[in-house]
Unconditional design. Structure first.
Length: 234
């Protein structure tokens, strides 16, 4: 699974890496560096603008709320979507066809059981490049006459872990390669079979992990100390 991650990459660097459109008349939302992003918080996402047709940066609630849901708190249980079942699950199947997004990250956390405790690890690319989590997004609007609340929300797709990640967990986020961004984000590609091959794990040697302190266990801690620790590469 993926239940906590970080995004510390400077925003201008993200804009270049993901080819996000920049319009002086319609500036991108600003995101501060985040070291401990937790479920139900707002996260940065990249999608194709319906009005303009280019890649845009948007803030979304982490935890997908189906458009037909009567209770927006249902999204709290949908921070992840399994790649093996998203094509058939009612909560995800429509979004998989036409509302795909990328959730950028610098790295993510996973916990390894060691005796009676769990040791947190930080996972990042060997080359330090940003991670592109494959995601889905939805638009939810309250049906209550007295409430006009609207929420855009997202989920991170997960797959079976590669050999390196299996040391920590049997699941990991789907991380897209730059050459796959166009296909994944294109809302006109609605044939699920044509994108299924993208929902796989990264090669075993693409990621590295190191142990960090228990400081990250508390989601209220959102500072550089979350990333500090003694490197234990494997």
């Amino acid at each position: 699974m993926c239940g906590r991650f970080a995004l510390t990459t400077p925003q201008q660097e993200l804009a270049r890496y993901f080819a996000i459109h920049s319009d002086p008349m319609d500036p991108m939302p600003l995101f501060r560096p985040r070291y401990n992003i937790a479920p139900t918080q707002d996260v940065a996402t990249i999608r194709i603008s319906r009005e303009r047709g280019w890649r845009e940066l948007a803030a979304m609630h982490w935890g997908l709320i189906p458009s037909w849901s009567e209770d927006p708190t249902s999204g709290n249980r949908m921070i992840n979507a399994r790649s093996e079942t998203i094509a058939t699950k009612p909560s995800f199947r429509v979004a998989l066809k036409c509302r795909r997004c990328i959730i950028p990250a610098s790295g993510f956390y996973e916990w390894k059981k060691q005796g009676k405790t769990k040791q947190p690890y930080y996972i990042e690319r060997v080359d330090k490049a940003p991670l592109a989590f494959a995601g889905l997004w939805e638009h939810w609007k309250s049906t209550a006459r007295s409430n006009d609340r609207e929420i855009e929300s997202c989920t991170i797709i997960t797959t079976e872990a590669n050999v390196m990640m299996r040391e920590l967990h049997d699941r990991m986020p789907v991380i897209l390669a730059p050459g796959d961004f166009d296909v994944w984000l294109d809302p006109s590609i609605q044939d699920v079979q044509s994108i299924q091959h993208l929902l796989t794990c990264l090669p075993d040697d693409a990621l590295t992990a190191y142990a960090v302190s228990m400081h990250v266990n508390n989601p209220k801690h959102d500072d550089a100390a979350c990333l500090e620790g003694q490197r234990e590469l494997f």
